[in-house]
Design a protein around this ligand. Structure first.
Ligand SMILES: Cc1cc2nc3c(=O)[nH]c(=O)nc-3n(C[C@H](O)[C@H](O)[C@H](O)COP(=O)(O)OP(=O)(O)OC[C@H]3O[C@@H](n4cnc5c(N)ncnc54)[C@H](O)[C@@H]3O)c2cc1C
Length: 270
């Protein structure tokens, strides 16, 4: 158990983070850099595929932030519902050990609590970070398929930053338009395709068709990593597992968000 902020016991894997700076990376992507005490506990091995955390965003109508506490056995205790922060999952775009900070890139999609918070976040403001998690590969796969929409771009960028120079595979990223593309580190034997589809598109998704269009033999030799809207992720999961016969140990396909539903009311699919 850790004692921090006003000497209250908090869960071991919970930290209060303070906003250091914010930056608009592209028109719909806001980078929020937050400082965390004891960052090493939150860090992941560099080869982690898309480390992510639960971001706890305090309610605006509450004086107290509503951080979790622990009971005498170290079990997490949540505050009552009327004080409970919103819990949203976000990828770590970058760890910076020199300044004990984490960069989180928030898609500004215009509807949610987290998206709105990122748009107006100010220096010194606090959010909670809880339960860091990442898929860690035991062995280097022969090749990779990395596919995702705007919400998965930070995780894909993190993965690419840490892949060995001789890694090979395909990267497919769907964003709303060219202005949302970002420069990515791309090992020489990886191919990158950008797809464009409006952020507010009410239906349809170009990602499943783009993954299906890859060479099936390449897919069978790959570790398939996907982060996307739930319907697209479900489609690609079924394709990779059932049609291509990949075992679950060679896929990590997450529902990053679900159209019309608030995070916490659906599962992430793995
Ligand atoms: C492992 C993991 C890592 C993730 N990493 C990132 C990340 O690095 N950056 C990031 O921006 N997101 C990321 N996400 C997705 C993010 O958690 C969801 O988009 C989340 O719903 C945003 O919370 P919110 O409060 O803004 O919206 P919510 O309150 O959850 O949803 C409100 C409404 O907005 C819609 N909505 C939610 N997200 C989007 C979207 N992206 N585009 C359009 N409509 C949307 C919902 O369908 C709902 O109707 C990640 C998700 C997972 C599971």
């Amino acid at each position: 158990m850790t004692v921090q902020d006003r000497d209250v016991a908090r869960p071991e894997n919970f930290r209060v983070a303070r906003v250091l700076r914010t930056r608009r990376v592209t028109p719909h992507m806001q980078r929020v850099s937050v400082q965390v005490d004891d960052l090493l506990r939150f860090d992941c091995p560099p080869r982690s595929l898309g480390p992510h955390v639960h971001a706890l965003i305090p309610r605006q109508d509450c004086k107290e932030p509503g951080w979790p506490t622990v009971d005498e056995k170290g079990r997490a205790i949540y505050p009552p519902p009327e004080q409970r922060p919103a819990v949203r999952t976000y990828s770590v775009r970058r760890f910076d050990h020199a300044e004990n900070s984490i960069d989180i890139d928030f898609v500004l999609h215009g509807e949610g609590i987290a998206s709105a918070w990122a748009e107006r976040a100010t220096v010194g403001e606090e959010i909670g970070l809880w339960r860091p998690h990442a898929r860690i590969l035991e062995a280097e796969p022969e090749r990779y398929v990395l596919a995702g929409d705007h919400t998965a771009l930070p995780a894909i960028a993190f993965i690419l930053d840490h892949l060995p120079e001789d890694a090979q595979g395909d990267v497919i990223v769907m964003v709303s338009d060219r202005a949302e593309e970002q420069p990515l580190r791309l090992p020489k034997r990886m191919r990158l395709s950008w797809l464009h589809m409006p952020l507010d598109a009410q239906s349809g998704n170009m990602l499943p068709a783009a993954v299906r269009a890859l060479d099936p033999q390449d897919i069978r030799a790959s570790f398939v990593w996907v982060g996307a809207e739930a319907a697209a992720a479900r489609d690609i999961r079924a394709f990779a597992r059932k049609e291509c016969g990949l075992p679950a140990s060679r896929t990590y396909i997450l529902n990053y968000w679900k159209r019309g539903m608030v995070e916490g009311t659906y599962d992430h699919g793995e």
